[in-house]
Every structure is written in structure tokens, then in C-alpha cells.
Design a protein around this ligand. Sequence first.
Ligand code: ANZ
Ligand code: ZN
Length: 815
Amino acid sequence: MHRYEPAEIEPKWQRYWEEKGFFKTPQYSEKPKYYMLVMFPYPSGTLHVGHVKNYVIGDAVARYKRMRGYNVLHPFGYDAFGLPAENAAIEKKIHPRDWTMANINTIRRQIKRLGISYDWDREIITCNEDYYKWTQWIFLKLYEAGLAYKKMAPVNWCPKCMTSLANEQVKDGACERCGTPVTVRHLEQWFFKITNYAERLLKDLDKLTGWPEHVKTMQRNWIGQSEGAKVAFKVDGLDLEIEVFTTRPDTIWGVTFMALAPESPLVEKIILPELREELDKFLVRIMSQDRFKRGAVEAEKEGFFTGRYAINPVNGEKVPIYVANYVLMEYGTGAVMGVPAHDQRDYDFAKKYGIPIRQVIKPAHEISLDKAYDGPGVMINSGELTGTVVPDEMEKVFRWLEEKGIGKKTVQYKLRDWLISRQRYWGAPIPIVYCEKCGMVPVPEKDLPVRLPYNVEFLPTGQSPLMLSEEFKSTTCPKCGGPALRDADTMDTFVDSSWYFLRYVNPKLEDKPFLKEDVDYWLPVDQYVGGVEHAILHLLYSRFITKVLYDLGYISFDEPFTNLFTQGMIYKDGFKMSKSKGNVVSPDEMIEKYGADTLRLYILFMGPPEKDAEWSDAGIEGVYRFIKRSWNVISEIISLEETGTQEYSEREKQLLRKLHSMLKKITEDMEGGFKFNTAISGLMELINAISDYMSEVPREKWNTKLLKECAEKFLLMISPFAPHFAEELWHMMGKKESIMLENWPQYDENALKVEEIEIAVQVNGKVRDKIKVPANADEELVKQLALSSERVRKFLNGEPKKIVYVKGRLLSITC
Ligand code: ANZ
Ligand code: ZN
């Protein structure tokens, strides 16, 4: 018998699978399709076991689905553009492309060593021309549809990375990548009009029944729908109006001040000239505050009185207009009506600046006046609307405002348009040129790709290195042929990843990004697996681009991912793995020590895969012992002559039952959604049952036919998790074809049935009942069943004094 030598068998089977083309997916097949997608990695270094978890989960599903008769599409690629490559170029003096390609080669080799069943012919690298050409095509389609536009915009600016950042790349006011506090800059930027899709992106979440609830909640909160009204207040003495967005128009009689965002263009227009200088000082101070924190309820309120008053349209009252730090330019209209009695931020502001507080909503109970009341109640001191019950009768309030021409009901979203311009080199160039004569001109599709030049200077100047590249910048106008300049910005990498799942379907297609009939066949993705860190943006952007392509008629589905699974992280020593913490576990090291199959099994066995889990060396050792023991048990069974009778003994039936109950359990774990850890426990239980049988029953009495059946089914069931191990033993069994071509084993309900025997139950010496119990029932169970029999209970007076069990025949109760 050979020893278990993963270092020998794993590369052998990896070569075999590749030569046989078992991972390749035919474009069409008689079988039903199954698109199994894992989130592709950002190639910023080598993989650690935390990354690997994603791919191991995906592979277990892909291999299982193949065994269930599906034509499985299981592709892989790299999200290869982005900042880290460029930062590495500056720090290490390596070209971003060379750095990225070296990382890709490492990752590919790491993944191949794991035996993950990717169709490598479909590999995608987003920084290659044949991919980013189509990212540019997507830009053009949005541009043509009026969904890409340019505007001057304040952007989050990281002074260290020297680039603009999307809101989502700012964490607690600091750059997500380097932790430097973010400042504000004004630049001409490209935006995608995702806000046009806010309502659909929100509503269609209800269709996504295969998504985790927490992810949908995060998306809902990000989109942030609020119902309210827009109301205009005239500025006293000026021909100007301040429009506000309010969710509480029922409090309008309680307005005692107005507040503008410091960035509001209105500030300029209404400030009294004599206050201007002082205002500027105030603005400079506020602008340096964290734009994300200053709106928080807890944040210190700061304001500046403009010297002007607004007129409340419901009662003609004049109220002072302030500039206030807690009003954000990005939301609503960038102005609020201040109602201190019913909004806590307004309350704090009013207290600080001595502004009156006027209650206009009366709750059922008495309230204290030392904080704002924002609960339900009856409108008071509110003119014609006095007595209205809110929020129940809020519709009446909206109607009244609309009839009087004071306000208009609207829906407001927190979602902002998607800022896609990056002042960086390592991204897909924006396919736009600027001509002196014709102005802004899109690059025609036939001229794509707009190529990224290789030779540029990587100086952190705050401008794109492409600005300094003559080779790149100067071009001719596609319209008039005159001299023109290219847009020097590149696209956010989230654009690259917002459509890659479409490209996998026909990754080598030259004249189109994808074929409609093919993507309509393969998509939506049946199962998407990835980290919860992408729960908001990547998924939202992918859903947006899918809806745009649907509206433009390029595809026939409007949601890209039917089922989503978010895996938990692997921690080491209580922390997220990171190079800087020095707590990274490398898959290569683990493969050298234990083999890929043990690593794969251990990752899946660590706990429910959606939960975070802590890496444990003892844990992987335990799984290694299990796999070696399984190896020994199964290779011993393989070496036996096949003998065995048709009639099973009770002991054999017991083993057969265990086999079928595990077949049933493991199948349910696989079908019931990612319960790999309990499926693997089931496999452990099965191996234990097999080896118990082999040690309890004398060798010459072994039913080897039964043992071989157990071994075969065990290998089939472990093959999605430990494929090399299963393939090796499968061939040792004398099978000619790969285990990859086998079907998932079925269980037999009949084999699960436990035989029953009859037990006589005596009470004080007389037989009172005969009960049926499972043949293998122990004394405890027989007692329980006997004592729950009505007929027996009738004859019991009080607690039984003594119970005697004669195994398999009789239970005698004395009371
Ligand atoms: C008056 C009022 C009275 C308000 C009241 C609330 C309670 P959500 O639910 O998040 O949509 N608001 C509007 N625009 C703002 C901005 N740009 N910056 C800061 N605050 C802004 O919140 C809507 C409420 O937030 C609006 O309703 C407005 O205050 C404030 F008893 O108007 B409310
Ligand atoms: Zn021109």
C-alpha cells in the first residue's frame, strides 16, 4: 500500500485534467447551464489563504454542479488596473504593467497548484488592450445615451496619492488606501448618471431573493430614498429663492431659521457686503472640517449669520438665514429649513445661537423641552392644518402645500452620480478628444482602443502622467482632422469590473465586447461568490451598467447576479491577514506541508463559510490526519478481493444505513446552500463508521462488496473538496475514466429505514402492551417508548420503582 503523497499526486492530476480539457466549458450544451462566478482579484501581490477561500468555495460549487449534470461556466481573471500598481511604480521604480503582470503570473501559478477548475481559456486581464478597448466602448455607449457628462466638481482629493477619490474610497475622512486625511479640490470630472437609475436600483432589490438580506440593506441605505417636499422660501429684499428639501413639511410653521451649506452658491449672493470678510474666515475654517463628519448629529454645530432674512411662505414670517456646517451641499438642495423643536441638529444649533424654538407637533404624552421631539403627534399652531395627525395624514400636508403652490412632493436619494475620472496613468483612458474647432468629440468606435502609452514619467504632480506624454496627448480630431488633445484622465477601476462577467462569455471576440445570444444564454450569473467588502459599490455599479445595457438593447436581462454568497474572512492571531502585521498564511507553504487537498478541506471545514474564522495550525493538522486516515482506510479496501453475500447481516445493514444517511445529509448540505463544514463532518462520520466496522468485524467476515461501495461513494462525495485525492484513489480502484465525469451519488430511502422489533412490556408481572422499537434501540430509548404508551400508563400508579430490560425481548416495570 502506498503512503499518501500529495506532492506526487496533485501535479499529476492537474496535468491530466488540463490535457483532457475537463475545465473547458462548451459554449452550448444539451445540459442546463450554470454560471459560477467568483469576484476576480486585484493583482497587488501574492495570495494568502484568506483570498483562496473565495476560490475554494467557488470550486466546490462548480465541481458539485458538474456532477449534478450542469454545463458549468467557471472563469477567472484579474482586476488589473488601479492605484497600487502606480504607487509601486513610483516607490519601487517598476513599470505598473510589469509589476501587474508579474503578480498575475504568481497568482495564476498559486491557483493552478490548488487544482481550481477554471476554464483558463477564458482568462481576463482588464489592463490588456483587448479588454479595455471594450471598457472604452461602454463609456461611449453611456456618453451617447446622455449618461456620461462632465462638470466642475469638488472632489475628494488625497494629497499623498495625488488623486481624486470617490466618496466610497474615503473612510472616516481619510484615503482608504493610505490613511491620509482627504481635502477638497475643484476639477473638471466625468460622471456617470447612476442617479437616473436610483429608483430601479432600489426597487429591483426586491427581485433578488437569492441575495443575503444584509447586502440588500446596505444597498438600500446607500441609495437612501427619502420622501419629502421641496419648498421655496423668498429672500427678503432680493429677487432670490432658497429651495429646501424637507421630510417634515408638517413642521413648517415651526421654522425659526434657514441654513445654507457653506459650499452653496447662494451664500455668495446673499451675504451682506460688510460681513463678507468675516464670512470668508468662517468658510475657510469650515471647509477644512471633515466633510463626512461635520453633518453627524454629534458634531459640534457652527454657523454664521448672513445678515439676511427669508420669508416663510405659510405665514409670511421673517427668519434669519445662516450658513451652517451641518448642511451638506451634496444632499437635497444644499439648504434646510430649521425647525429646532423637532430636529435635534436644528435644536442644538438654535440653542447655541439663541434662536427661538417653537413647538408645532403635540405628542399624546407630555414631553420635556430639553431636546427635539421627532415622534408622531398632532399639528398645533399650524394655520389651516392645525389638528392634522402626523405622520398618518402626511399626504394631506403634501396636498395642501401643492394646492397653495408652496411646495412639491418629491423623492430624494442619497446616491450621487458616479465620479469616474482619475488623474492617474494606470487605467483605461477616457475616449474623448478636445478639438479647438469642434470642442469635445468622442473617439469613434473604430478607433478604439485609445492606447495607454508604455513610456511615461511617474511623477506625483497631481496631474495625470498622461498629461505630460506628448505621444499620448496630441492627436487629430475625428471630426475635422485638425489638431486635438486627448482627455488625460483614466477611468475608475470600478468601471472595468462593472461588466467583466459579460466578457467571460466570449473573451476572445474581436469586433464586439460580447455576443447578445451568448450572454443571454449564460447570464444572469447563477452564483456569485465574493467578499462583503464589495457589497455596496461593485455590486451597485455592476447592476447599473447591466441596466443601461439592457435599456440600450444589448442584453435581455436587467440584473446580473441571481444568487450572491458573501464569504467570511480568515483571521490569524485575531487580526485580518496583512503583510504589515506579518500574520499572513501562504497557500504555497501550506501546500508544501500538507498538499492542496488538505488546505482546501480545512478552509471549508473551518466553520460556516459566510462567517469569519480564525486560522489554526492545530485545525489544519486535524484535517490532515483525517485525509491520511481516509487514504489508509480506502486503499486498504481497494486491496481486498471483492466478496460478500446478498443477505446483509445486522452489522452490515447498520453500515449501509450509515452510508445512505450520510449520502442524504451531505446532499442536503450541498443543496441547502454552502454548508460545506457540516458536509465534511458527514464525511468524517462516514470514515469513522467504515473503520469501526473494519475493527469490530473479523477480517475474514468483512463484506468487501459493501466496503467497496462505501469507499466509492465516499470518494465521489469528497471529490468537490479534495479532487486530487479522490481522483487518485478512484483510479487505484481500477476506474478507467476521471471521477470528474461521474454523477453525484444518489441515496436510497429504503436503505435508510431502520428495522423494527417488538418488545413486550410488563407492569407488575403482567404483559400490558407490545411496542415497536428500532432494532438498534438502546435501553434508554425502549424505556422512553414504553413509558409513553397509553396502555402501559393506565397501569402505572406513581413512579416506577424498578425497570428491568431483557435486550430485544422484554421490559418489566415494577411500581
Ligand atoms: C425640516 C425638518 C424638520 C427636517 C424636522 C427634519 C425634521 P433624510 O431623512 O436623511 O432625507 N436636510 C435636508 N437637506 C439637508 C442637507 N443638505 N444637509 C443636512 N441636512 C439636510 O433627511 C431629510 C432632512 O434632513 C430634511 O428634513 C432636512 O431637515 C435635513 F422636524 O427639514 B428636515
Ligand atoms: Zn475638430
